[in-house]
Each structure stands twice: as C-alpha cells, then as structure tokens.
Design a protein around this ligand. Structure first.
Ligand SMILES: Nc1nc2c(ncn2[C@@H]2O[C@H](COP(=O)(O)OP(=O)(O)OP(=O)(O)O)[C@@H](O)[C@H]2O)c(=O)[nH]1
Ligand SMILES: [Mg+2]
Length: 382
C-alpha cells in the first residue's frame, strides 16, 4: 500500500491534518512536540469512478478493496504523522531527526506549513512570523537524516565496493527507503561530491514533497498564501475545518460534499456559526479544505499513479460473483498488463494467457501499457 508521511515544524497542524484525513483521534494541541510517537492510519485518495462512463453499471459498483460514493472511487492509502522537526534537528535540536526513520518507506511527504504566522520556527506562539522561512530548511533536515544513514555505513560501503560496484553497496544501505535501484545507480554513477550531496540527490529522487499551506481559515494566512503561492506550488489547507466537517458528518449533523455541506439537523447557534465560518472563510474562497486535494495531488500528480480496475467477467465488469468493479488498484504510470497481473495474484502472472480491455473488448498482450481508469480482465491458466 502507498504510504505518505506528514511532516513539518511543531504545531503546524500535522496531527490535525492526519486526524482529518484518517478520522483517527490523536492528541492535537498548541504547544510543540504534542506528538512524539508516530501515528499511523488509513486515509484515502479519490477519483471519478469508472462506473460513471458505462451506463449499464453506473451506480452499481460493489467494491471490496475501496468504496464508490456517488460515482467517486475512494481508495485507501496509509498516512503517517510524526513528531515536529526544527532547524538544526540533525544537530540534536528539538526531537532530533532520528524519528524520521518512521517515514523511511514513505513514498512521498506532505510538508504541513503553518501559513498563519502565529507560530515561530520552533512551533512556539508568535505574531507576524514569516512562514516563507519554514519552507526550505525542512528539506535540509531530511537530507541530513539520509546523510546520517550513509555516514553510519560508509566504511562498510567502501570495503564492499572493493569487489562490487559502488552503487550496489550504496543501494544496500538505503534500500529501506524503497528507492528504485536504477535510480541509485544513476545517481552514484553520475558522481557526487560528498555524502551530503549524495543524500540530497537520493531525497530528490525518493521523497517528493508536497506543500500543504495550513490554517488558511485564519485571516493572516490569506495574505501569506497570496505572497508565497507566486514562489511555491502550495495548496491552501484548513485541516481544522476538514476535521470539523468530517466530525459533523459522522455525527449526522451535516451532509458534506467536499466543496460545501448541507445541514441535516437543528444545530446549536454555536455549531451553526462555526460551520458558517468554515463556509465563508474556507470553502467559498478556496473551493475545499484542501486536505483531500493534497492527498490526491501527491498520489496522482506527484507520484504518478493511475487507477486500474481488474475484473474477471469482461461483459459484466465484475468478479465471478457478480460484484461490479470490485477492486480499484493504484499502479504507477507506465505499468503494463503483466505488472497488474503480478499485483492482483501471482498465479495470474505465472499462468498468463491474454487480457481483455473491457471498455473496447479488444484483446491486449502482457506488455500493453495501462491507462488511467482501464478495466482489465486477465485470462490465466490456473
Ligand atoms: N486555525 C487553525 N488551527 C489549526 C489548524 N490545524 C491545526 N491547528 C491548530 O494548531 C495547533 C497544533 O496542531 P497539531 O495538529 O497538534 O500540530 P502538530 O504539527 O501535530 O504539532 P506537534 O505534534 O507538536 O509537532 C492546535 O491548536 C490545532 O488546533 C487549522 O487548519 N486552522
Ligand atoms: Mg502532532
């Protein structure tokens, strides 16, 4: 399963983002280092469901590994929330950077930045702090953490490299990062000046970072966002608003549509005021709270995943029990039919005979490259 890490300075709203995305209740508070041990939970990405394109099955999905809600397919991913990082963490400041090993196998990082300027670089209360200061140094701290892994093992790497290619020995030490060996080969063979340089290039290839500009509900965040969006690709987010809306929905108070909500029950004046403020300060100006947008952008745009629907019955778009579009599988762009077969079940790959593109009813071979929203039936000897 895809794993995404949530990181940033203390009090930027990482745990609130995590809670809003997973609905797992974890401690959240306005003092630094509320989180020390990592929180792990299931979040989801969302995409228009393939059932929407095919009149016979529209709205008839019976998913097993995901959900289809009003024509949107909701597919689980794993989210990890960790302690806050501060500048100089690699020198032992704050909680240090060793806890980043909780993110070692994350495929991408969401960097939660407090755009409101109400907390300083250590996450302490402040006024008029420039969040522009928080964007770049986090990358350096991650680089130093990877450098730490390399340095601890460097003697070993050098010794082994006497008889084997250097890149292989480097790869062995960083394979926990779930990095593609070919990428390590390319980086090592193109030359590097020191282990920090090597670490930086491994991070760039291995841990893309998506910027979540949090606390956009606060008036001071708006100004900072308008200024910083010219320089950075930053998504406006209100983790707190998303959490409030999802909790209100869970309690049956509202129906939440992502870009707006409908009140279902009589609310107290305070509840109504709070929800109306979310509508005016977040949903209307920004179109959403940004939490789902951050996860979708991370998985589909930055990591380049597509959604593919494997089925057994190509006419009914179902498994053998008649469940329509039972599974939605996240595959890397460029994956082929045989990659899908391997992912669904090893016997499908071993006994592969042919596959059918269920939309066109055409036969396709093992090396056919998959497209987003493909519905594929694989025939194999059992
Ligand atoms: N206004 C506003 N406040 C927020 C938002 N997200 C989080 N906060 C507040 O910011 C404070 C810190 O939130 P946390 O989620 O605990 O922050 P964290 O980054 O996990 O902090 P540490 O675990 O200490 O590193 C809390 O008081 C939250 O209520 C938001 O979107 N808007
Ligand atoms: Mg936290």
């Amino acid at each position: 399963m895809i794993k995404v890490g949530v990181c940033g300075k203390p009090s930027s709203g990482k745990s609130t983002f995590f809670s809003a995305a997973t609905m797992v209740d974890v401690p959240r508070a306005a003092y630094p280092f509320t989180t020390i041990e990592p929180n792990v939970g299931m979040a989801a990405v969302s995409r228009r469901c393939a059932c929407q394109d095919i009149p016979e099955i529209r709205g008839k999905c019976r998913p097993r590994n995901s959900r289809c809600v009003n024509g949107t397919r909701i597919i689980p991913i794993q989210l990890v929330d960790v302690a806050g990082l501060v500048p100089g963490a690699h020198l032992g400041k704050g909680m240090g950077n060793e806890f980043l090993s909780d993110l070692i196998d994350a495929e991408a990082l969401v960097h939660v930045v407090d755009l409101s300027g109400t907390t300083n670089e250590k996450g302490e209360p402040a006024e008029g702090y420039d969040p522009g200061n928080d964007i770049e140094w986090l990358q350096d701290e991650i680089d130093y953490w990877i450098k730490g892994i390399l340095d601890r093992n460097w003697k070993n790497i050098e010794r082994k490299a006497k008889t084997r290619p250097l890149w292989e020995c480097v790869f062995e030490q960083v394979s926990g990062l779930r990095i593609d060996p070919e990428k390590v080969k390319g980086i090592v063979e193109s030359g590097f000046s020191d282990t920090l340089d090597l670490a930086r290039r491994i991070r760039e290839a291995n841990k893309p970072i998506v910027l979540a500009g949090n606390k956009i509900d606060l008036p001071s965040a708006k100004e900072n966002y308008e200024r910083l969006k010219k320089e950075y690709d930053i998504i406006p987010v209100s983790a707190e608003a998303e959490l409030a809306l999802r909790k209100a929905e869970k309690a049956g108070l509202i129906r939440y549509y992502g870009n707006d909500f409908e009140i279902l029950k009589n609310l107290s004046p305070a509840q109504e005021k709070a929800l109306q403020a979310i509508r005016e300060n977040v949903l209307e100006p920004y179109g959403s709270t940004g939490v789902q947008e951050v996860l979708n952008r991370t998985v589909f745009q930055v990591l380049g995943y597509i959604v593919v629907y494997p089925v057994e019955d190509e006419r009914r778009y179902s498994d053998k029990n008649g469940n329509v579009l039972p599974d939605a599988v996240l595959m890397k762009k460029g994956s082929t039919v045989i990659h899908l077969a391997e992912k669904v079940h090893s016997y499908l790959a071993r006994g592969f005979i042919a596959a059918v593109d269920c939309r066109t009813k055409r036969k396709i071979g093992r090396d056919h490259v998959l497209s987003d929203s493909d519905i594929i039936s694989i025939k194999a000897r059992s």
